[in-house]
Write a protein that binds this ligand. Structure first.
Ligand SMILES: [Zn+2]
Length: 211
């Protein structure tokens, strides 16, 4: 699999930059590429940008866990990580690993709570099994969940915590409340969709959450 950044220009030219899987996953050097000049006309402003992001796997999660500045999706890592239901055991393994940074664990706990939230209205056996599995595993790690709760958005906690069996307390200290979060995402959503064509599924998901 090849990974590349692309920047489009009003003149019709599209410049591409081959990057590694790790660069693409964490958008390393993307900003400088997006600000570079069009190779055809010299224009600095790009009309669109795109990144083909790799799937999140053990290799990337390990690098992510070791580098506090590396983010999978600067907009919302929890939602991004929650797209990979095949990674549930992997996330739990990292949550249990003592050397993993606490902030990274917060994000992983949040991602698992989002996975529950995303499935509460589903009736498929697979979705119900996922809810049961995550709820059971997080109940076993109740202290960690409580430790991470300030990090998780209230609307996610309100739905997922009772299913896990952890007391939900409406907190003013949450990272952001739903409305602020919604406004924040809306303000950047267009640019983000342009930039991350490969993440359209995620944005569809986010828009679903708002409904
Ligand atoms: Zn141009």
């Amino acid at each position: 699999m090849n990974y590349q950044y692309q920047r489009g220009c009003e003149c019709g030219n599209i410049d591409s930059l081959e990057v590694s899987k790790i660069e693409a996953a964490f958008e390393l050097n993307y900003l400088s590429f997006s600000k570079s000049e069009c190779s055809k006309c010299g224009e600095k402003k790009m009309s669109f940008g795109s990144i083909n992001s790799p799937e999140i796997d053990r290799e990337l999660l390990t690098i992510w866990a070791e580098n506090i500045d590396y983010l999978f999706c600067p907009l919302d890592e929890g939602l991004t990580l929650a797209q990979y239901k095949e990674n549930i055991d992997l996330y739990l393994e990292f949550i249990d690993d003592e050397i993993i940074n606490a902030e990274k664990k917060n994000v992983l706990i949040e991602a698992l709570c989002v996975m529950i939230y995303d499935r509460v209205d589903k009736t498929d056996k697979e979705d119900l099994d996922i809810i049961n599995k995550i709820a059971t595993e997080l109940k076993l790690r109740e202290n960690q969940v409580l430790f991470s709760q300030h990090w998780i958005m209230d609307y996610i906690k309100k739905v997922s915590f009772p299913i896990i069996g952890v007391e939900y307390k409406n907190s003013l200290s949450s990272k952001v409340d739903k409305e602020n979060h919604k406004d924040y995402l809306e303000s950047i959503i267009k640019e983000s969709i342009d930039k991350r064509n490969s993440k359209n599924k995620l944005w569809a998901k986010i828009k679903n959450i708002w409904k």
